[in-house]
Design a protein around this ligand. Structure first.
Ligand code: HEC
Length: 199
């Protein structure tokens, strides 16, 4: 079931731009890359039933996600507004895709975790001897460093982030001036904004 983040990407934190001399510098302070989340029918039903505002405001844990439910997180370069207005079906997630597949009896946290990217491929095992990276697919990987802090079920999924659902999408301060970064800013505009010693 193609359920994206309100038909657009979600930022996962603030993004702002500063003017240093006559050049712009952008700072991405998000938890991680902007995302589009896709939900399988079982996952979508569980999120609708157990991750509404009432649940967000209560401390009562939601029941386990049902077996077979799948969540996929596509990741894009910040800020999300770069792709505003585009159909998520036609976007290429340059940061790769992370997936969660539910099997309650397979492992303590109930999830199989994975990540795959777009540039080449290398096997998880045996690991590259030189860099010895963490594995990208399997049970209990590095994903849990963040996901273990979710309120329950190891997922941050929220009904208000789903396309067509009520409630406000989580949003952050975003200053997007990439168009200005392509060219030297107009000095008539830049100078009044600069400290006196730089004039
Ligand atoms: C740096 C912290 C961090 C790491 C590491 C991380 N995630 Fe996430 N993940 C998040 C956050 C935060 C969200 C919620 C994003 C949002 O909707 O704003 C999320 C969302 C997701 C979602 C959508 C469902 C949900 O819980 O909101 C999936 C699927 C997902 N991540 C899979 C993975 C997988 C698989 C890995 C490891 C390969 C991983 N993540 C590693 C922080 C992390």
């Amino acid at each position: 079931m193609p359920v994206g983040c309100a038909t657009r990407q979600c930022d996962t934190g603030p993004f702002f731009t500063t003017l240093d001399g006559l050049s712009w510098t952008s700072h991405d302070l998000s938890t991680h890359a902007p995302v589009v989340i896709w939900y399988s029918p079982e996952a979508a039903e569980w999120v609708r039933g157990h991750r509404g505002m009432a649940e967000e405001e209560s401390d009562i844990p939601s029941p386990p996600v049902p077996d077979g439910a799948m969540l996929v997180k596509e990741m894009y370069p910040a800020p999300a507004v770069r792709c505003a207005g585009n159909d998520p079906l036609h976007l290429m997630p340059l940061g790769g895709s992370a997936l969660m597949v539910r099997d309650n009896s397979a492992v303590q946290d109930g999830w199989y975790w994975g990540w795959f990217g777009w540039d080449g491929w290398s096997p998880d095992y045996p690991a590259d001897q030189a860099t010895n990276p963490p594995q990208n697919m399997g049970f209990g990987p590095y994903c849990l460093n963040c996901h273990a802090s979710a309120r329950d079920n190891m997922t941050f999924a929220a009904r208000r982030n789903m396309q067509g659902e009520k409630g406000r999408l989580q949003s952050y301060l975003i200053q997007y001036v990439e168009a200005s970064q392509q060219q030297v800013p107009d000095v008539r505009h830049a100078l009044p904004a600069l400290p006196k010693e730089r004039e």
